[in-house]
Design a binder for this molecule. Structure first.
Ligand code: CA2
Length: 150
């Protein structure tokens, strides 16, 4: 069976590749999404990609994933540090969740050290740049298809 997963990116991540490459790298979001879809395909996963700058739209996508997807990979961006609404939506989804951050949030400003979203996550990848998304796809494949041959 092919599993469908939602790759969700939060505010300002549509700007990737244009500013602050020393923190977030040079890859565009479109390129990251394509790489994730290719990796997913190789592992038997369909990867649906969405990005929004709006908290409510992110919550809507998470709610819809309950019907349409078997797992969620999310970089909630700044909402990681503020959003109980996104945490509640993820908890209610009853789906496996992997949280991704491009940067190592623990090496940065103190206000980035806490993520509300982490409470809903099976695991967290942070500090590996765009590669972290591919690591999350691999981990999600393991969660959804534990019998899969490596
Ligand atoms: O490291 C990450 O992935 C973050 O989730 C990125 C968020 C930040 O608020 C989190 O603390 C850590 C910020 C995303 C902003 O992305 C930009 C990309 C290019 C240019 C400007 C902003």
């Amino acid at each position: 069976m092919t599993h469908k997963i939602l790759l969700l990116n939060g505010p300002n991540l549509n700007m990737l590749g244009t500013r602050q490459p020393e923190i977030y790298g040079r890859e565009t979001l479109a390129h990251i999404e394509q790489s994730c879809q290719a990796r997913g395909q190789a592992l038997g996963l369909t990867v649906d990609c969405r990005q929004s700058n709006s908290e409510g739209v992110l919550v809507d996508h998470i709610q819809e994933a309950r019907q349409n997807h078997q797992g969620i990979i999310i970089n909630p961006a700044a909402y990681s540090h503020t959003s109980i609404a996104i945490l509640d939506a993820l908890l209610a989804s009853d789906l496996p969740v992997i949280e991704v951050h491009l940067s190592n949030i623990h090496k940065r400003d103190a206000f980035r050290h806490h993520s509300y979203v982490s409470k809903a996550a099976s695991g967290i990848v942070c500090g590996f740049g765009a590669r972290g998304y591919l690591m999350a796809i691999d981990a999600m494949a393991d969660i959804l298809q534990p019998q899969r041959e490596a």
